[in-house]
Design a protein around this ligand. Structure first.
Ligand SMILES: [Zn+2]
Ligand SMILES: [Zn+2]
Length: 306
């Protein structure tokens, strides 16, 4: 039996040019509103409100293939067509939001100082008042719309966590392509800033340099989403059951308490061969996962002190 084969069916430029017209967007909206039903040509033309059937046919033709599927009975959306509609609904292309910075309840895991959440250009940014530890991730405005300032940090956190779970399952959050993880010392992935606040002690910097950093590389679009070891492992079966056995549902944990680069619970144990560990603690019990540079778990330690 031959291997499955996938070929590119259109140029990216052509694909987006196909959407640069009001009538074509209206056609996608009408098919979306049909909720999966196949619409015959005349019904679709009526729904869009175009009288000139030649002109309508021309625009419809530009969508067929990539965004619209033609069948014997009429037209329906392809998956890409549904995703375009989803993006329009999500407001990612049309909505803008602004938000005064919000102070987070939980302190910076790296240095214990206060942190603030900012939202600009469809991106949540969490910044520490004293150190350079920060987080950035894309959140479409509709995810946060309708929530008040008190609940926005937890909604943004849950969204980040769900994006991360997709990535740790192996799918790029931008293009659905395959992603591959690498683990290494933080300074191998991100450049240290030239100037640091005066009150950051040298000893702290050393600890930060020993923090493990996880980066995923997307073979398809080249995106490099990254995060901390504990953020990556929050949905690992051993971590889920460790918490569950102690009455904690990890889905209810605040990502702001767990994720983030924490020298107390994440460390590089050795360089050759590379080993890094992440520790989760509940009361006096702890669970430690040791990983190699490909994020494969090579050891799990359970410590019961109670
Ligand atoms: Zn900090
Ligand atoms: Zn990608």
């Amino acid at each position: 039996m031959s291997e499955p084969e996938f070929v590119q069916k259109a140029d990216p430029e052509e694909v987006f040019a196909a959407l640069s017209d009001d009538t074509r967007v209206a056609i996608l909206r009408a098919l979306w509103d049909a909720e999966g039903d196949i619409l015959p040509f005349s019904a679709l033309r009526e729904a869009v409100g175009i009288r000139d059937s030649g002109q309508f046919n021309y625009h419809l033709g530009k969508l067929v293939g990539q965004f619209v599927r033609q069948t014997d009975d009429g037209y329906k959306l392809t998956r890409a067509g549904m995703q375009i509609n989803g993006a329009i609904e999500a407001g990612a292309y049309t909505m803008e939001a602004s938000l005064e910075p919000i102070e987070l309840d939980s302190p910076c895991p790296t240095c214990d100082s206060d942190r603030t959440l900012h939202y600009e250009d469809d991106t949540v940014r969490v910044e520490c008042a004293s150190c350079t530890a920060s987080a950035r991730f894309g959140v479409p405005p509709n995810v946060l719309a309708g929530h008040d300032r008190d609940t926005i940090p937890s909604v943004a956190g849950r969204y980040m966590q769900s994006t991360f779970e997709r990535i740790t399952d192996g799918f790029c959050s931008f293009c659905d392509g395959a992603v591959d993880p690498t683990v290494g010392p933080m300074d191998e992935f991100i450049e240290a800033p030239e100037e640091l606040p005066d009150d950051v002690p040298d000893e702290f910097l050393e600890r930060v340099q020993n923090l493990p950093f996880v980066q995923y590389d997307c073979e398809q679009c080249g995106a490099t989403p990254s995060g901390s070891l504990r953020a990556v492992f929050l949905s690992h079966p051993a971590v889920v059951s460790f918490h569950y056995d102690r009455g904690i549902d990890v889905r209810n944990l605040s990502i702001w308490d767990v994720a983030g680069f924490d020298p107390e619970s994440e460390t590089i144990c050795q360089r050759e061969p590379f080993r890094a560990s992440a520790t989760f603690t509940v009361d006096d019990d702890s669970l430690t996962l040791v990983v190699d540079d490909h994020l494969d778990v090579v050891e799990i330690e359970r410590d019961r002190n109670a």
